[in-house]
Design a protein around this ligand. Structure first.
Ligand code: NAD
Ligand code: MG
Length: 367
């Protein structure tokens, strides 16, 4: 089958009245069918950034003009550093300046930063307007655009100001990933890989068989990875929409990963890179706790490495890792709680003492 004719797949996210569809396919942006059936309004506002806007915004404007009398574009500065209250204000400025009303539909065209900010702006503007996610990074397609979390950062903490707010629709156009730097593709693959060991061994086997296709951005392989990731995230989140228990397993690899991100200084390692290495550490910890086979740890390490992700942590004293992990919100009475694997395909929360964690770090960090 030629990749241009790759049919799309729809994933239904069941949340009662707030249910919505994630459409996954190639060339969706320019397909009029993609944009049918959205809430009607006088105006639409596309929120994007200085990197993604010049590449794709006009094509979205061309499509939306068939449905909305006015289509505006708000272009924000690029980067996590701008995921803040001041930049959020630029969205509200534009909405008010253009006399947008409570039916105006917002379109988030960008990666997770744009998705999180646009979703939060939509939740707040006139106490809530509809919004559509058009995620343009692999990470946003498999992770941030599903689950309903929206936020901006505060100088004292990441994602501290936000709300739960669901989109009308998510459009994952795999063709838009063609312009993504390879490092960002690998970072997205870390979150894809995560879904296998925590939830679905047959997906893990599929990843073992198709990792090179994913790295090469084969559209059919990407479609399956995005569809399955969204399904698994939706299933986990659906059982625990507001994060009381089960949803925590989505943080597999993230406790070690946060330590790497914080210790290196945010942005030096991409989040997905830190999570990739963090998953190796969490798998090793599972083995140290006696609940995962060594061969399964090696299988995880090999898969993560094939994605182009780091599998060896920075050479810091264990104390430095422990210090960063203790401020993580999962710390409880001194012992740090981790998402670990009770065999491949099942994630559980376990506390681990500093001694055990230090031994794991000695095995998984550069000498
Ligand atoms: P990002 O949005 O910063 O995008 C990464 C880089 O790629 C940016 O420079 C961006 O401009 C560029 N880019 C995006 N699409 C492109 C394309 N198609 N071609 C070329 N360049 C492109 O980062 P991200 O990894 O997508 O998202 C990270 C953010 O997502 C963080 O703020 C994180 O907190 C958030 N997040 C939220 C959730 C959630 O549940 N809401 C989950 C995970 C992550
Ligand atoms: Mg993550």
């Amino acid at each position: 089958m030629s990749q241009a004719s790759l049919p799309f797949e729809d994933v239904r996210i069941e949340l009662g009245e707030r249910s919505y569809t994630v459409r996954v396919g190639a060339q969706l942006l320019d397909d009029p069918q993609t944009w049918q059936g959205l809430p009607r309004a006088k105006s639409a506002v596309i929120v994007t950034n200085t990197t993604v806007g010049p590449l794709y915004a006009q094509r979205l404007v061309d499509q939306l003009q068939a449905h909305y009398a006015a289509v505006h574009v708000v272009t924000l500065p690029d980067g996590e550093a701008h995921k803040d209250w001041q930049t959020l204000q630029l969205i509200f400025d534009a909405l008010l300046r253009e006399e947008c009303d409570r039916k105006t539909v917002l379109f988030a065209l960008g990666g997770g930063v744009i998705g999180d900010m646009t979703g939060f702006a939509a939740a707040c503007y006139m106490r809530g307007v509809p919004f559509v996610q058009v995620p343009t990074t692999l990470l946003a397609q498999v992770d941030s655009s599903v689950g309903g979390k929206t936020a901006v950062n505060h100088p004292l903490g990441k994602n501290m100001i936000g709300s739960f707010y669901q989109p009308e629709r998510v459009v994952c156009d795999l063709s838009l990933l063609a312009s993504l730097p390879q490092r960002e593709v690998a970072a997205g693959l870390a979150e894809v890989i995560k879904y296998g060991p925590i939830f679905d061994t047959s997906f893990l086997s599929w990843l073992d068989a198709h990792m090179e296709d994913l790295v090469a951005r084969d559209l059919a392989a990407l479609r399956h990875a995005v569809v399955r990731s969204c399904q698994i995230k939706a299933e986990v989140v659906g059982q625990d929409e507001r994060e009381s228990g089960l949803r925590a397993i989505l943080n597999f690899g993230h406790t070690f990963g946060h330590a790497i991100e914080a210790g290196m200084g945010y942005g030096v390692w991409l989040h997905g890179e830190a999570v990739g290495c963090g998953m190796v550490m969490a798998a090793e910890l599972s083995r140290a706790l006696g609940i995962l086979e060594a061969s399964d740890v090696n299988r995880m390490r090999a898969l993560i490495q094939r994605a182009g992700l780091p599998v060896v942590g920075p050479a810091w004293p264990a104390q430095d890792y422990l210090r960063h992990m203790r401020v993580d919100k999962k710390a409880e009475n001194g012992a740090i709680r981790f998402v670990v694997l009770e065999g491949l395909g099942k994630a559980v929360m376990r506390a681990a003492d500093d001694e055990t964690v230090s031994q794991v770090l000695a095995r998984t960090c550069a000498p």
